[in-house]
Structures are given as structure tokens and as C-alpha cells.
Write a protein that binds this ligand. Structure first.
Ligand code: FAD
Ligand code: FES
Length: 259
């Protein structure tokens, strides 16, 4: 469905990161892991919508956290309170599709968020906390400047890492995953593909579900620009649409580029 919603605020929160809050219609309730496809500008330059995960939702207010990396996100960062944002939503599957009622009795849910991937996991953290699940969040960033909402993430059981050691532990979150994982751990991840590949290469026996950030065209299953390769039972593969069957997939079933 297509919606128009007013910007409550759109502010800079950290180096190149912005926090967008929108007032949305009643009865529109997203699930953790889903995303919206925003029409940034209808110029022929950026006519394609851009996908963003839902960072949080509460009381008819939808939050997105985004990094300015190119033309569309630069324009988005210039939008002001009171302006209207047009988006398609809520799209894709949810992390919740992979959580059973039994999981809240265990202490073993591990979430790994690298770079902008942390935006998608925050909503899941809020959901797990509200439902009294126990979990550990591994939050990785390049430097301290790229860590946002420190206070918010400290509310959870969070291990911070930075590549340069400027905040938290020095190194990659995947290293800490190896330290805390056990046979019963259920793992969720969202981050750049090299991070997902590293997790996959650990060859853990655990169930691991990862959210993918492919390039998208339509966002609703028609253009096929977002497809990834997923293994089939007969040792072949088929293409799946990140926007429709995903963005969350069983990581071990996905064939990554450098596999
Ligand atoms: C399901 C989904 C959820 C997402 N959630 C978020 C989010 O919560 N916060 C956030 O900041 N971003 C998120 N993204 C990524 C976001 O959509 C892109 O950063 C945005 O579209 C870039 O637009 P642009 O015009 O500013 O940059 P462009 O000019 O399109 O790209 C600038 C540079 O970034 C690279 N790039 C752009 N998009 C991607 C991508 N998807 N994967 C890898 N490299 C890319 C390009 O190759 C180029 O080098 C998500 C993507 C998907 C598919
Ligand atoms: S973005 Fe068009 S099919 Fe996925």
C-alpha cells in the first residue's frame, strides 16, 4: 500500500546518520524486519524508491535510521519537519517468522548488527525486550562516530565493537559471536555481505537468519532486481526476491557471491 505521512523530525544523530520520524495512519502496524520503500524525489535522476528498515514503531509513529551514502539519502537528509514522505509499506517478511514460542524460555538469542544493519535489529530488540525474551546484541561499527543511539542500545544486553577500537571492543562482532555462541543459540544478523559471509564461514550448526540489503527497484516482487541465489534440495539453486520472500532468509541456504 502507498502512504503519505508527515515528518515529525529528521535529524542528524551521528557522523552521516539521520533519524527520521513519521506520523503514520492508525491501524498500520509493522513487524520487526519489515521495511518501507520511500519515494525520495520524482526527478528522473532518482525515480526509484529507496528501501529502509523500520528502526522502531510506537503509537502511530514510525522511525527510520539511515546513513547518507549517495544522492537519494542526501536529498532525504534535507527534508524538514512538516514535509510529506510517500512510502510503500510495510514490505517483506519478519524476523518473527523464525521465532517460536519456545525460544523465550532460552537465554540464547544472539543478534548481530553491522553498520546500517543495526537499524533493522533495533525493532527486534524492542520486541524481544517487551516479550521478556533474553538475548545478546552484538553491535559492530567502523568507529565510535558510526555508533548511534548509544544510550538506547545500552538498555539491552549489548556488546559493542569497533574496527579501530575507538569504542567498546576492538575488532569484528563475528569474533565475539564465536565466544558466546552455544549449541542452542538462535542467531539473527543484518549487515554488509562480507559480515554475513564471515558468519557463514564459521560453519556453526545453529539456525542463523539474516536480513539482506540488495539493490531494489519496485520493492514488491515485480522487477526481479533484488534477487539472490538460494540452494534447493537437489543441490541446485533458485532465485528468491529479497523484497518479497525476504529480506530475512536462512543464511545457510543463501549462496553468497564469494561462497
Ligand atoms: C531491505 C533493505 C533495508 C535497508 N535498510 C536501511 C536502513 O535502515 N538504513 C540505511 O541507511 N540503509 C538501509 N538500506 C540501504 C539503503 O536502501 C541504501 O543505502 C539507499 O538506497 C542508498 O541510496 P542513495 O541514492 O543515497 O545511494 P546510491 O547512490 O544508490 O548508492 C551510493 C553507494 O552505495 C552503494 N549502495 C547503495 N545501496 C546499496 C545496497 N542496498 N547494498 C549495498 N550497497 C549499496 C552503491 O553501490 C554506491 O556505491 C536498506 C536496503 C534494503 C534493501
Ligand atoms: S525490488 Fe522488484 S522484485 Fe524485488
Amino acid at each position: 500500500m502507498i502512504f503519505d505521512s508527515k515528518i515529525i523530525y529528521n535529524k542528524k544523530i551521528s557522523e552521516n546518520f539521520y533519524h527520521l520520524k513519521l506520523k503514520i495512519k492508525k491501524n498500520l502496524v509493522p513487524l520487526p524486519g519489515q521495511f518501507v520503500n520511500i519515494l525520495i524525489d520524482d526527478s528522473c535522476d532518482i525515480f526509484l524508491r529507496r528501501p529502509f528498515s523500520i528502526f522502531n514503531y510506537e503509537n502511530e509513529k514510525l522511525e527510520i535510521v539511515y546513513k547518507v551514502i549517495g544522492k537519494a539519502t542526501k536529498i532525504l537528509s534535507s527534508k524538514k519537519k512538516g514535509e510529506t514522505i510517500n512510502f510503500l509499506g510495510f514490505l517483506g517478511n519478519s524476523y518473527l517468522d523464525f521465532i517460536s514460542n519456545n525460544d523465550n524460555t532460552s537465554n540464547d538469542i544472539i543478534l548481530l548488527g553491522g553498520g546500517t544493519g543495526i537499524a533493522s535489529l533495533n525493532f527486534l530488540c524492542q520486541w524481544l525486550k517487551n516479550k521478556k525474551y533474553k538475548f545478546t546484541l552484538l553491535y559492530g561499527a567502523k568507529t565510535k562516530k558510526e555508533i548511534f543511539f548509544l544510550k538506547n542500545f545500552k538498555k539491552f544486553n549489548t556488546i559493542f565493537t569497533t574496527d579501530d577500537g575507538s569504542y567498546g571492543n576492538k575488532g569484528f562482532i563475528t569474533h565475539y559471536l564465536e565466544k558466546i555462541v552455544n549449541n542452542n543459540s538462535l542467531i539473527f544478523a543484518c549487515g554488509p555481505e562480507p559480515m554475513l559471509l564471515t558468519i557463514k564461514n564459521l560453519e556453526l550448526k545453529n539456525k542463523i537468519y539474516a536480513s539482506f540489503e540488495s539493490y531494489m527497484g519496485c520493492g514488491f516482487g515485480v522487477c526481479l532486481s533484488c534477487v539472490i541465489k538460494v540452494k534447493t534440495d537437489n543441490n541446485g539453486f533458485e532465485y528468491k526476491r529479497v523484497c518479497k520472500e525476504g529480506p530475512v532468509f536462512d543464511l545457510n541456504s543463501v549462496i553468497l557471491e564469494k561462497d
